[in-house]
Design a protein. Structure first.
Length: 253
């Protein structure tokens, strides 16, 4: 008796359909994209991701002919997904020496300026150096690069820190008086204040913490090299098109 391989016993149409379904499944799982609420770079409106960096990424993926859904999550959760799951892209991510070997970097998307703020009417708060901030309650967002940098530079005691899951919740607590100082990007802080129907002029930047870093798209190190290269090449084309400058005018000025 002759034994035939299983695929010879199956109708060809069935085998073809199975191959198509497998191919479709692989394509659907090609790229996972995660971000956080960090306006005006990336934020959610009526359940849809938008913002400067979101628009840049969507243009990059369109040019690369890659389809992906953007999930807006708390930063710590999004960051952990990008660290542990291949073919996952995280944005907007600050490129720091500590993170350099953790991700594949695509960008830069935008420059980044981080300040320590107080409310202008808080005349009882005086900060001339980062060491002075340890006298007050400081609002920080968990797992953000600005938070890690501030904790490292200030050596602030744990009891003087109030952690928040998102930039929005951090600012709300600050405005309610639950914290005395807050660490934030300049244009991000202005955008949040306007969104809350408050005036940016109510704030006073007391100390520039970082003006040298930039934001990037960060991909898991175990991602498909061909996928990384495809997104990187597409980003370079979008960057050369002048779109980034046009979007800065839309969101940041």
């Amino acid at each position: 008796m002759r034994f035939y391989p299983l695929h010879f016993l199956l109708p060809r149409r069935v085998v073809f359909i199975g191959m198509c379904l497998l191919s479709a499944s692989s394509a659907a799982a090609e790229l996972t994209v995660v971000t956080e609420n960090l306006p005006p770079l990336n934020f959610e409106v009526n359940g849809v991701a938008t913002g400067y960096s979101t628009d840049v990424l969507e243009a990059v993926l369109k040019k690369a002919n890659i389809k992906a859904t953007i999930s807006v999550l708390p930063w710590a959760r999004a960051y952990q997904m990008a660290l542990t799951q291949p073919n996952t892209l995280l944005f907007s991510t600050t490129r720091t020496p500590e993170r350099e070997d953790l991700f594949e970097w695509i960008g830069p998307i935008s420059s980044r300026q981080i300040y320590l703020y107080k409310l202008k009417n808080r005349r009882d708060i005086e900060v001339k150096s980062i060491a002075d901030s340890t006298k007050y309650k400081v609002g920080l967002v968990r797992e953000m690069a600005s938070t890690k940098d501030f904790l490292k530079e200030s050596a602030i005691p744990e009891e003087a820190v109030d952690f928040a899951p998102t930039a929005e919740s951090n600012i709300k607590k600050f405005l309610l008086g639950r914290t005395d100082l807050i660490v934030s990007q300049d244009w991000g802080m202005a955008f949040q204040m306007k969104s809350l129907h408050r005036y940016p002029s109510e704030l006073q930047p007391v100390l520039l913490l970082d003006g040298k870093s930039s934001y990037y798209f960060a991909m898991n190190k175990q991602s498909d090299p061909a996928l990384i290269q495809k997104i990187r090449a597409s980003f370079e084309k979008v960057q050369q098109s002048g779109l980034l400058e046009n979007l800065r005018s839309k969101y940041m000025r």
